[in-house]
Design a protein. Sequence first.
Length: 462
Amino acid sequence: MLDFDTIAAISTPMGEGAIAIVRLSGEEAVSIADRIFKSVSNKSLNEVPSHTIHYGHIVDPKNGQTIEEVMLSIMKGPKTFTREDIIEINCHGGIVSVNRVLQLVLANGARLAEPGEFTKRAFLNGRIDLSQAEAVMDLIRAKTDKAMNVAIGQMEGRLSNLIRRLRQEILETLAHVEVNIDYPEYDDVEEMTHRVLIEKATRVRNEIDNLLQTSQQGKILREGLATVIVGRPNVGKSSLLNSLVQDTKAIVTDIPGTTRDVIEEYVNVRGVPLRLVDTAGIRETEDIVERIGVERSRQYLKEADLILLVLNYNEELTAEDRKLFEAVKGMDYIVIVNKTDLEQKLDMEEVKNLAGSRSVVTTSLLQEQGISELEEAISSLFFMGTIESQDLTYLSNTRHIALLAQAQNAINEAIEGIESGIPIDIVQIDLTRTWELLGEIIGDAVHESLIDQLFSQFCLGK
Ligand code: GDP
Ligand code: ZN
């Protein structure tokens, strides 16, 4: 185990929940805690067994002042998350008192942890590999249950195991290459080598291809489908966002064009995580404030995975509506005809023609009609049965995807090289590169700076 100082941080989200936890990790964790903790049983923390919980008070050793009533857990390494000694102080008194406990811990010898430093230690002490560490980060950010399952699967090492197996195959392949280089005089060795090389390399390539194919789904699960709501002013975009969110964060008004900025919300529609964006509409406008919204709307439209195009049942189709249909051509979109509680003025036949194969859903958001039909349309568009399978190894991390794509290139070059009969030592280079790139996913052969960068993305206290 590496030698580190003792770190501490509040490891529960700020302002959330009634209990806040101050966590310490490191060689001094127990002695620092012992200095400021008075258990009701009067036992020193140095005497109590590991993995036990104690009730007592945090007392400032300087003046004997009681700061907080706590439950304290003691977990001695190496059977802990960081493999170091860990102390967790559960405080009940909200954010002010938890801060005072943290200050006291720091005053007694601990250092404030950097974001992600606990997880970083777990990694550096060999407790978890890099893909698992990243999974911890995904877990913190997971937006839906499904995304959570992907993160948990990854944390348990599913991805790591698969990558390790692929690396092992490449090593075996490289061994064949070595034989060829060491004994070039045996013709049959060379023959055999080519056949085995192609076979093995292709197998690895296919597995990488499969893994990359799941990556889009993984990204969707983790970040949510980028969903943009478009429509002319006043058709009910904000109302739609609100009924999906069942919250009132977007401002609903009677004045056209009052959604001034882009609002993002995460919603879970029958297991499909949506990152919903309400826009100020994409019409031309002279209003500067509104134009910022409009510019950004266009950008969002370009990057959208799903578009919800809203029309007004109570108005005839306008040139602007037709422009919107034009703008979303070729994308995944659903047409929502809103305000069906009002008199029909919209030509539904024309709308269905414009929509082609896309779903057209009618709603009255005011009367809460048609929302479940819309949810049905969204989930059937994106699930089609396939995404439900839980035992797939989804690739959900952007860094993993990038590395895997590079590995895919490298192995393809190796295969092409073998097929076109280029010198075997060049094939060897490509194979070695594939092996290294895969290694970077699980954290073998990564640079210190990369590690620092990764772990700094974590929440404080994790
Ligand atoms: P946006 O400008 O497209 O975001 O439209 P809003 O969501 O702000 O809605 C504009 C107005 O239409 C508000 O007064 C809403 O209450 C109203 N509205 C929204 N949906 C319906 C509906 O289904 N029926 C009726 N009658 N009014 C609606
Ligand atoms: Zn609006």
